[in-house]
Design a protein around this ligand. Sequence first.
Ligand SMILES: Nc1ncnc2c1ncn2[C@@H]1O[C@H](COP(=O)(O)OP(=O)(O)OP(=O)(O)O)[C@@H](O)[C@H]1O
Length: 656
Amino acid sequence: MRSVINSAKNSYSTLRWVSQPMKQAHVLKTLRICGFSTGFTIATIRRLNCSAKLSKRVEHIRSKDDDEGSMSFRELWRLIKPFFGWFLAAVVCAILSAVINIRIPLCLGDLVNIIVDVIKSDNKQLSDHFDHLKPHAIQLLSMYIIQSALTFAYISFLTILGERMAMKMRSELFNKLLYLDMAFFDSHKTGELSARLNSDVQEFKSSFKMCVSQGLRTIAQTLGCIGSLFYLSPTMTLYTIAVVPGIILVGSLIGSGLRVLSRRAQAQSATASAVSDEALTNMRTIRAFAMEKLESRLFDEELDKARSMQEQLGLGIGLFQGATNLFLNGIVLSVLYGGTNLIAQGEMSPGALMSFLVSAQTIQRSLSQLSIIFGSAIKGWTAGGRVLQFSRITPVIDYESGVCIPYHSLWGDVKFEDVTFSYPTRPGHVVFDNLNLTIPAGQVVALCGPSGEGKSTITHLLERFYEPKSGRVTLDGKDLKNLNVEWLRGQVIGLISQEPVLFATSVEENIRYGRPDATNEEVRAAAKAAHVDEFVSRFPAGYSTIVGERGAQLSGGQKQRIAIARAILKNPPILVLDEATSALDSQSEKLVQEALNNVMKGRTVLVIAHRLSTIRSAQLIYVIKDKKAVESGTHEQLMAKKGSIYRKLVEAHNVE
Ligand SMILES: Nc1ncnc2c1ncn2[C@@H]1O[C@H](COP(=O)(O)OP(=O)(O)OP(=O)(O)O)[C@@H](O)[C@H]1O
């Protein structure tokens, strides 16, 4: 920036020197232009600089694996298979409708020939003419009726098929996402995932329906009409269809380019929606830092890229369709020209020309329709691939396997044995290197240590959100890897974390999340024990009060107490409290601590806390530092120990 200002200053001095012999007005004008350009340059550089910094933030949102998002025919078949009946019915109706469409021009031609005969005939008796026309007119009318019935049928069948397939895709993807490893969510943003669940499925569904209904119909129609053309005039037909292979060849070449463009455009749209999603979920932070303008620009930039890619795609598809139309219209014109010649030479009847023209027009319409379908197929194919991309991932942690320890023989003895661990998203950063610690059954064990040393990570490993790189975590001597993870998380461990996140439903339903089959009385009892009752009873809607998105309509302490009530209701043998009382004021903390003390009795409890009052009451304290548990003992033992890190932490108010 400084260099830009300096160069502006330099150019100003040069200008002054050059302008000495010039008139003053000219000098002022030149200076004004120079000043304006400098200002413009500075503003542009500032803007570019800012945009570059902003784009960096988006880099982590942008999905890295877009090229894997393509769909195989096998995967498509797997989607169709459960609804094959509907698919078959739709296909049959679409083809039958196409067959009728092929027959209609021929009938129309017969009718025209009769009309021409009538015009030429000397018989002025109207009823005779109508008798002659009637069977053909009735035949044509029945075809129109059957055709519309078939259209209704195949559109209905396709709607049913499309909706069921979309539901299957959505449900499979959502189910898959629910069971994917935590590492996956560390590297994928919510906005991106919801774009796949919603807009990509929608895109696939519309495109699939279009391809089956119109694609099949138009292909059948084109082939059938080519047959009719042959029947009417083989010579003219050969001229007419000579261009079709060329169109197909050019089409497939353009198609492969458009597919790549479509994939990139869809990925960019997903990035844009991830940016907006992130902004909308962090609205309070945006407000607090007055970042509305920056967020708006960031979104606009991503949106603009998506727009530009979608426009390029649209232009490509449009170009292809335009060129196809030009070819096809040329065909119709040449049919008229050639047909008139043949009529003049007496080789073709006017009715046959009419049939030929209508058939050629049907082919023309079908082919131009096909070029639209082609564009939509490209979009649908890539959208389907993007949806299925995550369904192909196999999670490291398997929910099905593993044993459960029977309730009566479960003690709750936890051990970390030589555990080495790095987060999958940051493999180079070792959080633990041969960590060893024991959480004896029925005891309250506290973890303390400087921030970022891995206390919460211990709870993540205990919950089996991640797997250790080496070493093992055991429960009653059994490696967690051999235990059923659903049982472990659902029935053994109750976690109350630093930042409890609630669902946007009522207080009651949020508490019941701990045990969905709990009675109202049990929910109220848990709420009373966690001192939720005190503040909820002051709300006009009581336990039916809606807590807002992620519990935004409650205070931090209130959220925390609901989370505690949820854990109390769950009643797990092992309780993990990760700064569970950190958001409470000292008065509320005292109340909640009392409640927690009641729940903690007879259970294995792992507490992460910064408050001395919480830590000192633990039967065993571990100090986590330098990738290990460096000290352990009771508060008194650790305070008495010479050179104790624990004592330093207490004295430095790291433990208050
Ligand atoms: N999901 C994650 N992916 C990658 N690294 C992570 C992840 N979560 C935590 N970390 C890193 O692991 C290290 C340990 O983090 P952890 O949250 O366990 O620390 P902590 O001791 O609980 O800190 P605090 O007391 O501040 O809560 C930190 O360096 C942190 O940056």
